[in-house]
Design a protein around this ligand. Structure first.
Ligand SMILES: Cc1ncc(COP(=O)(O)O)c(C=O)c1O
Length: 374
């Protein structure tokens, strides 16, 4: 419901210009909203708009949530002891080299709070994950956007774009919404070239969807590159998007700085417990990756057969080109298929679809083809 009160509040005009200039984040439409607004039954709607895991989450998580419901009246462990210990063991780092976040989005914002200010700048690529821009702007810093190369990051251009006040470089690998991927050698050589005074944020939100030989040993690189912060999340392959939990791995001095600007209880207790259980269930991740590979093939083979241009993706989503992307998006929505417009990413003729269950992908494909035939 929108409040009917249209009063102008002069105090809002006193907020810093860099805050008032921020365009709000456009999230994927929730199923509930589409059902309400378009009068479509909830069960007839397919949401392929937010790169969520269509299999849900590990059954181990469900049982731990039920078991610990009684504890929600207590504050969570502010230090995330158990989860950090488990992550440290898995990633072969120390607990004090890990910072937990309310989603990995939180880690990106902690970086901006700790390292950026109105006298600094951050470098990120055209078509890169939009939160780099939002977090940079919210800190009052300047955003330096480098042109993309084949829709992905141009690391040479990013090095050249560094200015004397640059404090942070954001890189998504794979990137969302393009799904583009940088190889190990490219990133290693980039890290060797970046001045030690600049923090490189390597955002690996889709890490688990990569094949084993594509997964970079980035967690071990934090010992070689003290200016590297790697962030990952439980929102994607682990299927815990609604619980909001992610983490960063970095030199302990960097972690210590991020902890200074972190809310003391930024990660809830059920989220921490769920993440611990989710980490133990490797077969759930294997099953999720397998389903993603099949679904990606199901969707992209249709794109190929129908001459629909798409950007090859290493994530659990794929971005494709259509004429009149906004109209096609609206038409799909009215037919109960939620995808994601990516005009805000400088890709105005494109839409992004997340890989779903086989039957969801099928509904998307059939509805898209019908819509394109008009
Ligand atoms: C590249 C990338 N990084 C970070 C995030 C943030 O995810 P979360 O805050 O749910 O961990 C996303 C979510 O879509 C993403 O695509």
């Amino acid at each position: 419901m929108i409040s009917p009160d249209n009063t102008v509040l002069p105090l809002c005009d006193l907020a810093p210009t860099y805050v008032r200039d921020i365009a709000p984040y456009q999230s994927g439409k929730p199923i509930d909203e589409v059902a309400r607004e378009l009068g479509i039954s909830y069960t007839d709607i397919v949401k392929l708009a937010s790169n969520e895991n269509p299999l849900g989450f590990s059954p181990r998580v469900a049982s731990v949530v039920n078991q610990h419901m009684g504890e929600i009246s207590r504050y969570p462990d502010s230090d995330g002891f158990h989860l950090k210990r488990q992550l440290a063991e898995k990633l072969n780092v120390f607990s004090d080299q890990i910072v937990l976040g309310n989603g990995s989005n939180d880690i990106l914002e902690l970086v901006a709070s700790a390292f950026l200010s109105s006298t600094g700048s951050a470098v990120y690529s055209e078509h890169a994950f939009i939160v780099y821009h939002l977090a940079t702007k919210a800190s009052g810093a300047k955003g330096i956007v480098t042109p993309a190369k084949n829709f992905g990051h141009d690391l040479q251009a990013m090095i050249q774009a560094i200015e004397s006040d640059t404090r942070v470089i954001f890189i998504a690998n794979p990137n969302n919404p393009t799904g583009t991927f940088l190889q190990r050698e490219e990133i290693e050589s980039f890290l060797n070239d970046v001045p030690a005074s600049i923090l490189v944020v390597l955002d690996e939100a889709y890490y688990e969807y990569l094949s084993k030989d594509e997964q970079l040993p980035s967690n071990s690189w934090i010992n070689r590159f003290p200016n590297l912060l790697v962030c990952r999340t439980f929102s994607k392959a682990y299927g815990l998007a609604g619980l909001r939990i992610g983490y960063g791995i970095a030199h302990r001095k960097i972690v210590e700085l991020l902890n200074r600007v972190r809310q003391p209880f930024n990660v809830g207790s059920i989220a921490q417990l769920s993440a611990v259980e989710a980490l133990k269930d490797e077969s759930f991740i294997e099953e999720s990756v397998k389903l993603n590979v099949m679904g990606m093939q199901q969707i992209t083979s249709t794109f190929q057969a129908k001459n629909i241009f798409f950007i090859p993706s290493k994530g659990n989503f794929v971005t494709f080109r259509v004429n009149n992307a906004v109209e096609i998006y609206d038409s799909l929505l009215k037919q109960g298929v939620i995808v994601r417009p990516v005009g805000g990413y400088g890709l105005k003729d494109f839409l992004r679809v997340s890989i779903g269950l086989q039957k969801e992908n099928k509904k998307f494909i059939n509805t898209l083809l019908k819509t394109l035939q008009g």
